[in-house]
Structure formats: C-alpha cells, structure tokens
Design a protein around this ligand. Structure first.
Ligand code: MN
Length: 249
C-alpha cells in the first residue's frame, strides 16, 4: 500500500476497532431495552421481584432471564397488540377480560386467551416464588391445606402428580374461593381458572421453557424442586386477599 503510510494505516485500523467496540458494547443494552421495555398499551411487564439467580439451584438464572425477559414480555406485547383496536376492552382489568373470554370479539379471542392468560399466569408465578429457604405454610393457610388436601405433603404429591400428567404445555394450580376452600386444577396452554371467574392461590408452569435448560425431560424433578422456592408468606397474602375478595390475578 504505497499511498497509505504506516501511521495512517494504524490510525484507520484503530478507528475501525473503536467502532467495533462501540457496536459490541451497545448491543446488549439495545437487546435489554427490546425485551424489557414496556410496550405501548395498557399492560406492562413488571421487573422480576428478585435477581434471576435468586432461585438457584432449583431454577437456574438463564431460565429465569429467558422466561421473564423473552417469554413473558412476548405475552404482554401480544396482549397489547390484540387490544389495539378495542379501546373499551383495553380499559378493563385483566381478570375481567379473562372472565369474559367467551364473549370477547372472535377476531381477538384466541390472542386474548393465550396472551392475557400468559400475562396473568406469569405475573402470579413470579409473585409466589422467592429465594430458597423459609418455613412452610402456617396459620389459616396451613389449616385450609390440612382440611382440603390432608396436609402439605399430600398437597405436594397431588399437585406434582397432576403436573406430570399435563400433556404438552400447561399449568397446575391450586384455586381458592371466597370461603377459603382450596382445590386442584390443571389447564392446557396459557388457560387459567380466571377464565371461569375463579381465583388462583398458586400455580406452577409446566411448559418446557420453564425447566428444560436444567431438567431437560425430567418434569417430575422440576415439580419436586419447585416447592423449595415457593414463598409461603406471599401465598398466605394471596389466601387472605382471596377471602377478602381483593385477590385479582
Ligand atoms: Mn412460562
């Protein structure tokens, strides 16, 4: 390169590498915005109430990051998109949209069912988990579990068995009514007992995206380990709210 002396060459090369560094450094920030930025519309993705690694070793950080930052945000974005041309529906709280799912316009019914259900289910899911440790259920909640399931061990066994039997993707729940009565329910896809006007005490996500990185095909192991990260204080709060008629999703 006779026309380009060494000094000019290095100047050009270092400018090029500076551009490369800027591009690489800004890429993760752009990605983070794309996945967590609140979309246009009535519904927003709340941040996780703990760090993605907080549920280790039972649920790994990468699963949490992808689950919240890619899967949940997609439900929120798709829910807002489905409501774009339905201003009246968009004013309703999510639990009301889901309770009326059979009556919403057919053009958006499936989108609202899948993505509204997905948003409600995941919002509940993050809220009932927390860093490992802590005591099991106590007080009124423990009494209800003893009465309706025959104890916490029996509840876990019944719940885990039901969770392993969900074919394909879905959820296993414990529902709670205003009298405080508990019952087991399973649902396919992102369906939720909210679609029957019921209330959810707890639920576990048995879609493969919830456990596959760490547990692969061993859903039963995931279901068993999951109880280590249930935040019973949060669950007791939901139980009290259900009895008070203030539990929403
Ligand atoms: Mn999920």
């Amino acid at each position: 390169m006779p026309s380009l002396d060494r000094r000019a060459f290095f100047k050009t090369a270092s400018a090029a590498s500076a551009i490369a560094v800027v591009t690489v450094a800004s890429a993760p920030r752009v990605l983070a915005q794309a996945t967590t930025q609140a979309p246009e519309g009535p519904f927003k993705l709340a941040p996780l109430p703990y760090t993605p690694a907080a549920l280790e070793p039972h649920i790994d950080a990468m699963t949490m990051e992808i689950h919240h930052g890619k899967h949940h945000v997609a439900y929120v974005n798709n829910l807002n998109n489905a409501l774009k041309d339905y201003a009246e529906l968009a004013k309703l709280p999510l639990e009301d949209i889901l309770a009326k799912i059979a009556e919403v316009p057919e053009a958006v019914r499936t989108a609202l069912r899948n993505n509204g259900g997905g948003h409600a289910n995941h919002t509940m899911f993050w809220s009932i988990m927390g860093p490992a440790g802590g005591p099991g259920p106590d007080g009124e909640l423990k009494a209800a579990i003893d009465r309706d399931f025959g104890g916490i061990d029996k509840l876990q066994e019944t719940f885990n068995t039901a969770g392993t039997k969900v074919f394909g993707s879905g959820w296993v729940f414990v529902t709670v009514d205003k009298a405080g009565k508990l019952a087991l329910a399973t649902k396919p896809n992102q369906d939720t007992p909210l679609m029957e006007g019921a209330r959810v005490l707890i639920g576990n996500d048995v879609w493969e995206h919830a456990y596959y990185l760490k547990y692969q095909n061993k859903r039963a192991d995931y279901l068993k380990a999951w109880w280590n990260v249930v935040d019973w204080k949060a669950v007791s709060g939901r139980y009290a709210a259900a009895k008070a008629g203030t539990l929403k999703i």
